[in-house]
Ligand binder design. Structure first.
Ligand SMILES: [Zn+2]
Ligand SMILES: [Zn+2]
Length: 266
């Protein structure tokens, strides 16, 4: 089995990951991966926005770290990317980021459902107690749908992230998924199968199988990502992710170079 490209991994610049890009690359090679991509958390217009991303002035340093990994392991294809937070009103900032380096792809992710609440932050778990989970899902998927429709991203990250802590609405969320995936299909971007969910309380890949089956029906392409925050998380549970994708009907995935897509078999 040829393993898919692992397109989602971080670096110590985001202040909550360990290991240099060369170490992630070395681990990828040891697993037999042929292609990876670094997608660390993008800087915000204000460096004090939160505490889990690189500062704006570190963007060049980030690119240099990825370039060093490329030079150290020429036998491994290593893509240069960012995981970019989508917040309404940030479109101009995201376009500026896009112009600063020759990125291979942008993963657009929603972590914030308001200016101050990043729903996946364990330090803010108590916020969940103050809200109806379905309302959180609605706001989250509104933002994620806008992110897809913005045309700023090649890939939409961990698309059912609100399930991270195992808190779920009792309502049927299918209409939210349907509207989001329709926007993804219209914009021509992909969603990722992100195996980090297996390491969280929800204990399942992002997205869940029913979401992935709906994505397949709408011809939404996929990529794969471990969301590694340490070298030994690279490629984690990729066999399981491939079998989930195949079970939903997928036989192909996308790879990106210079923001252009190519289709490969899985
Ligand atoms: Zn993320
Ligand atoms: Zn990530």
């Amino acid at each position: 089995m040829i393993l898919p490209a692992d397109y989602h991994m971080h670096t110590p610049l985001c202040r909550h990951a360990a290991g240099e890009p060369v170490e992630y690359a070395r681990h990828a090679l040891s697993l037999g991966l042929t292609e990876i991509g670094f997608s660390d958390h993008s800087p915000m217009p204000q460096d004090d926005f939160d505490s889990w991303r690189m500062f704006d002035r570190q963007l060049d340093e980030y690119v240099a770290k990825v370039r060093l990994a490329q030079q150290t392991f020429p036998e491994l294809t290593i893509r240069l990317a960012l995981e970019v937070d989508y917040l309404p009103g940030h479109e101009g900032w995201i376009r500026q980021l896009a112009a600063r380096h020759p990125w291979d792809y942008f993963i657009g992710s929603v972590h914030y459902v308001s200016e101050t609440w990043d729903i996946d932050n364990p330090a803010k778990l108590s916020e969940w107690k103050k809200r109806d989970p379905f309302e959180v899902w609605q706001v989250y998927f509104d933002r994620l749908t806008a992110a897809a429709a913005s045309g700023l991203f090649e890939i939409i990250g961990h698309c059912d992230l609100p399930k991270k802590f195992g808190i779920r609405p009792v309502q049927d969320c299918t209409p939210l998924y349907d509207r989001f995936l329709t926007a993804v299909a219209q914009a021509g971007c992909a969603i990722e199968l992100n195996t980090a969910g297996l390491r969280k309380d929800c204990r399942e890949i992002y997205p869940a199988r029913n979401v992935l089956e709906l994505a397949f029906q709408k011809n939404v392409p996929i990529t794969f990502g471990s969301d590694a925050h340490a070298p030994d998380e690279v490629g984690m549970a990729f066999a399981e992710a491939v079998s989930l994708a195949q079970g939903a009907g997928y036989t192909k995935a996308l790879r990106f170079e210079q923001r252009r897509a190519r289709t490969v078999g899985i």
